[in-house]
Design a protein around this ligand. Structure first.
Ligand code: GDP
Ligand code: ZN
Length: 467
């Protein structure tokens, strides 16, 4: 283990809570904590305590008692960072937190930088790089799906798969390099049929992981859904119904919601980001036409479009609106579109049947709802979920959510495809070996066998201090 100075930081969010946790890690963590600690059973020294034990006492600064606390002791290598770690659980007042941290700083600790605890865990081999990155994702996860992915990555599901492939590939690389030493004798230690089979397998795994990024990304960041509709059709009311709370502003004056509202809600464990936008009818009004341009931009950025209409207006101007729907369909033929007729509480059955009839030839996904009376809203939620490929989640497959991993996987695949081509065309062993080594390099980038300071700096700078 590297000789490390002792770092300190608040591990819980800043601000007042019931309790706060202050974490120390490093060679002198226990000694420093002990110098400010007075146990309730008097002369008990923290330095003499076993690992993974908790002690009740007071943090004292000379004659002054700062707080009654619980102190947890973790001895290296059995701690989060792999070093000696002390966690002080104190009362959550800002004043107490600051007093204790200042005291530890005076006693020889240094303030931890962002992610430094996890960086140390990585450097001490407690986690590999992709697991360390998963810690950040886990802290950021705010819905079931993103939490599940981060947990899986932290347990090492993703990196163990990569490490296994890397090892198999490494074996073949060694065999091929061995052949080079016997160049005159024209031997083949590496069975080419088996090697081709391995390359095929690796290529398939890489492609699956690369494809999973689209799903992973969407789950991590929420699925963007544009709600498009003219003023007063009920966009805000629908958002409220989906949110189950009165967050967006509902008003009776047409055109009040010219600005867009964004809100994220969790449906079936998946995060959806709703973007409330103006309708797209033809207009000469400058402000409106700016709004329309904005609407198209929002549609482009979204994964699913909800096109919202008001039932009465739709009944009276159906052909005009059908032209609009066709326009959006033609402009974005691949974008999932749900046409929603709102305020169906204002129609009788015949009128509703008439609208459905009018829309039938368009062959679109249609939902009829009353946002105000909360009918049809659950069906709309189901419809939204059907656009999410949660198959991978249910099968517990590995899902890549990290852009850095995605980049390395793309590069690794490119090299693997070169190896494949080389094998098919009988490329000489020395050239083959170069491509294999390059592929191995990109595999190593993911798990952290291959790193550099810039890369580490970038990754851990995204952590919060105290993690
Ligand atoms: P937005 O401009 O598209 O955001 O529309 P709002 O959500 O602000 O709604 C405009 C008006 O329509 C408000 O007075 C709502 O109460 C009303 N409204 C919304 N949904 C329904 C509904 O399902 N039925 C009825 N009758 N009125 C609704
Ligand atoms: Zn609105």
């Amino acid at each position: 283990m590297i000789n490390q100075d002792t770092i300190v930081a608040l591990a819980t969010p800043s601000g007042a809570g019931a309790i706060a946790v202050i974490r120390l890690s490093g060679n002198d963590a226990i000694k420093i904590a002990d110098s400010c600690f007075k146990s309730v059973t008097n002369n008990k020294s923290l330095t003499k305590q076993k690992t993974h034990t908790i002690h009740l006492g007071h943090i004292i600064d000379g004659a002054k008692t700062i707080d009654e606390v619980l102190v947890s002791v973790f001895k290296n290598p059995n701690s989060y960072t792999g070093e000696d770690v002390v966690e002080v659980s104190c009362h959550g007042s800002n004043y107490i937190q600051q007093e204790i941290i200042q005291l530890f700083l005076r006693k020889g600790c240094r303030m931890a930088s962002a992610g430094e605890f996890t960086l140390r865990a990585f450097l001490n081999g407690k986690l590999d790089l992709s697991q360390a990155e998963a810690v950040a994702d886990l802290i950021a996860s705010d819905n079931e799906a993103s939490h599940q992915i981060a947990m899986q990555q932290m347990r090492g599901g993703f990196s163990s798969e990569i490490a296994k492939l890397r090892e198999e590939l490494m074996n073949f690389a060694s065999l091929i390099e061995l052949e080079l030493d016997f160049a005159e004798e024209d031997v083949e230690f590496a069975d080419r049929t088996q090697f081709k089979e391995l390359i095929e397998r690796i290529s398939l795994v890489l492609k699956r992981l690369i494809d999973s990024f689209a799903v992973g990304n969407v789950i991590k960041n929420g699925i963007p859904v544009a709600i498009v509709g003219e003023p007063n059709v009920g966009k805000s009311t629908l958002l409220n119904a989906l949110l189950n709370e009165e967050r967006a502003i509902v008003s009776d004056i047409a055109g009040t919601t010219r600005d867009t509202i964004e809100d994220e809600i969790s449906i079936g464990g998946i995060g959806f980001r709703f973007i409330d936008t103006a309708g797209i009818r033809e207009t000469k009004d400058v402000v409106e036409s700016i709004g329309i341009k904005k609407t198209f931009e929002k549609i482009e950025q979204s994964q699913v479009v909800i096109y919202l209409f008001e039932s009465l207006k739709f009944k009276n101007q159906s052909s005009e609106y059908i032209t609009e729907i066709e326009k959006v369909k033609n402009k974005y033929p691949l974008k999932p579109l749900i046409v929603v007729i709102n305020k169906v509480d204002l129609l009788n059955d015949d009128e509703l049947a008439f609208i459905k009839n009018q829309l039938a030839p368009l062959n679109i996904t249609l939902e009829t709802i009353s946002a105000k009376k909360h009918t049809g809203v659950d069906e709309l939620k189901d419809e939204l979920l059907s656009f999410v490929n949660t198959g991978a989640l249910r099968n517990n497959d590995t899902i890549v959510t990290n852009t850095r991993h995605y980049d390395s996987l793309l590069k690794a695949l490119e090299e693997i495809e070169k190896v494949k081509y080389g094998l098919e065309t009988g490329l000489s062993g020395d050239l083959l070996a170069i491509d294999i080594r390059q592929a191995l390099y990109y595999f190593g980038e993911i798990t952290g066998e291959i790193t550099n300071d810039d890369l580490l700096g970038n990754i851990f700078a995204n952590f919060c201090i105290g993690k």
